[in-house]
Design a protein around this ligand. Sequence first.
Ligand SMILES: Cc1ncc(COP(=O)(O)O)c(C=O)c1O
Length: 390
Amino acid sequence: MKIVYTDNNATTKVADEVIEEMLPYFGELYGNPSSMHTFGDQVQKKIKQARQRVADFINADPEEIIFTSCGTESDNSAIFSAIRAFPEKKHIITSNVEHPAINNLYKELQKTEGYKVTFVPVDKKGLLDLDLLYNSISEDTAIISLMWANNETGVLFPIEKIAKQANEKHILFHTDAVQAAGKVPIDVKKIGVDMLSLSGHKIHAPKGVGVLYVKKGLKFSPFLVGGHQEDGRRGGTENSVSIIGLGKACELAKENIPIINSKVRELRDYLQAQLLDKIISSSVNGDLEQRLPNTLSIGFDAVEGESILLMLDREGICASSGSACTSGSLEPSHVLMAMEVPFKSAHGSIRFSLSHYNTKEEMDHIVTAMVPVIQKLRAMSPFWKDGKVI
Ligand SMILES: Cc1ncc(COP(=O)(O)O)c(C=O)c1O
């Protein structure tokens, strides 16, 4: 069966060009980049090139790039470094729709270390209450950390505006750009952000590699203490193969941003229009403008998102009912709950997240599959009668 893959916010296909770039380093070029010999040094040189490519992708300097194992490690490293830099400050500002990669860390810090965390609420469109955010800044604030783009709805936060405020108040500012990367242009110098997280597997590089950008001059405490790798800022022998792949993926991602904003946006808008038109009592979650071009979170009243996914799976269609980490739980997603999406459609919400590998034929296949799926589920639903929700 042909797979229609529309779960790119969970993970992406590794690009062929990336595989080609990595292959020699899986095989004959297996040296340790820290070794003194030429054999290892070849790998070090290739890592240097990858670091430059990542830096170019976000307009940073290569020394500002730290390779990590994933987006979660980058997020955790940023927060730990901030709280170590300002041990006397016990307040963190974030939003109530962050990814568990960082959200659960805040909960842990609240519970075990007495941190006060302000989870700034979002409105019904998933947009941040900026007045509340700015008013919550105090002398005690160690860091403001916000996601750039939401993994479930694709809603974008005004990161540049918030970074400016944080800079003026001399408060560290970190952004989790794991979902924004490759979909919106990132220029760390223009934004004025202190730290920024990326994850390889969301931008057509392999799993097991991430990046933390740390602005030059910023005091940084390593999260993983060990050898002298990454200039003493992240111990552990480098995942050289994946780092090399990530370098290539960043180069490709930079070239592909215009395609994501034209072709992929058109496909997403087409899918959205078709589904809204052909299935009654359906609605899009999140702001329609301030949104990633590849993401569609859509709710269908009176059905279960998990049931939709299982039925789509039989047609070879891969989608998601929220963040991959929390799906499997029957609770509606914390993001949709924070947006006060009514229970009846939050439960029946699913996410399609596209990439430049998708086609219009695939969108038509999804629409053709979705119409009978929703009909069947509504026919069995205790919340649906005579063509409407009860
Ligand atoms: C916004 C966001 N932050 C962080 C992460 C975690 O990234 P990783 O899977 O590389 O740890 C994800 C993954 O879905 C994400 O969507």
